[in-house]
Write a protein that binds this ligand. Structure first.
Ligand code: PEP
Length: 263
């Protein structure tokens, strides 16, 4: 039985002065057994969110939104994986906004993944196609290439032991208000597990949680969680709104309970 995960990506929102209060408010609204809940604030807000969640609900995890591919060195403005230890338990790597704005390649993202695992952080690897790629029938091939580029040098068992998660985030759906169709996202989740199989994961591919991300809200989360191949969501804009998070996690709890009953 795969776990159900709702991860909040706060992107470049909140400050150290207000992030703790928001995290506390959201934590109080998402107390649902069986759902793995993660909040990923900006680096400078990690400590405030960590402290707030330790009081409000220590079961809500903290994640970073990025990590550097080197352990230390002359990389001005960057944050290495060992620096996150104690602040975060999770980390997002390969978000499309970083691929776009920081020119991150699949190979570089693969190195970040390695640093995350070495530091004991639980990684969420983001993959997803551009609109033109979907419209020309290349979405699955693009995601397959992203996975191969990031994962080729990784031992599946080590990634699995680290609690590796994949987020399928079609780029055209992120922050646009235009979400994917549930059945398309489910087909991609299956394609992702097939790619993992070809990359040497064997039967373990089926155990990897695959989240959907891209304009998820309380109104459409049910469409994704109705798909057995989808295990939750990476939520951007809506994750800053306590009412939205409460409803999204409540819907995820229904899926978690149904899975537990069926197991
Ligand atoms: C994201 O930040 O990963 C994301 C999916 O954003 P949004 O929900 O705003 O589309």
């Amino acid at each position: 039985m795969r776990e159900v995960i709702i991860a909040a990506n706060w992107k470049m929102h909140t400050t150290p002065g207000d992030a703790g209060d928001l995290a506390r408010t959201i934590a109080g609204r998402i107390r649902e057994a069986g759902v793995t809940r993660v909040i990923c604030p900006p680096f400078v807000c990690l400590d405030a969110v960590r402290a707030a969640l330790a009081e409000a609900d220590p079961e809500v995890a903290v994640g970073a939104q990025n990590v550097h591919h080197e352990l230390a060195g002359a990389y001005t403005g960057e944050v290495a994986a060992p620096m996150l230890v104690g602040l975060a338990g999770w980390v997002i790597v390969g978000h499309s906004e970083r691929r776009r704005d920081a020119g991150e390649t699949d190979a570089l993202i693969g190195r970040k993944l390695g640093r995350a695992v070495e530091a004991g952080l639980r990684p969420i690897l983001c993959v997803g196609e551009q609109l033109a790629e979907r419209e020309t029938g290349r979405a699955e091939a693009v995601v397959d290439t992203q996975l191969a580029g990031a994962l080729t040098d990784h031992d599946p068992a080590a990634l699995q032991a680290a609690g590796f998660v994949i987020a399928y985030e079609p780029v055209w759906a992120i922050g646009t208000g235009r979400n994917a169709v549930g059945s398309d996202a489910a087909a991609m989740a299956e394609a992702i597990r097939a790619s993992l199989g070809r990359l040497g994961w064997g039967s373990a591919a089926v155990d990897v949680p695959v989240l959907y991300g891209g304009s998820v809200t309380s109104a459409n989360i049910g469409e994704f969680l109705a798909e057995p191949s989808i295990d939750g969501a990476l939520v951007g804009g809506a994750s800053l709104k306590p009412d939205e998070m409460a409803a999204i996690v409540a819907r995820a709890a229904l899926t978690a309970r149904a899975r537990a009953a069926a197991a």
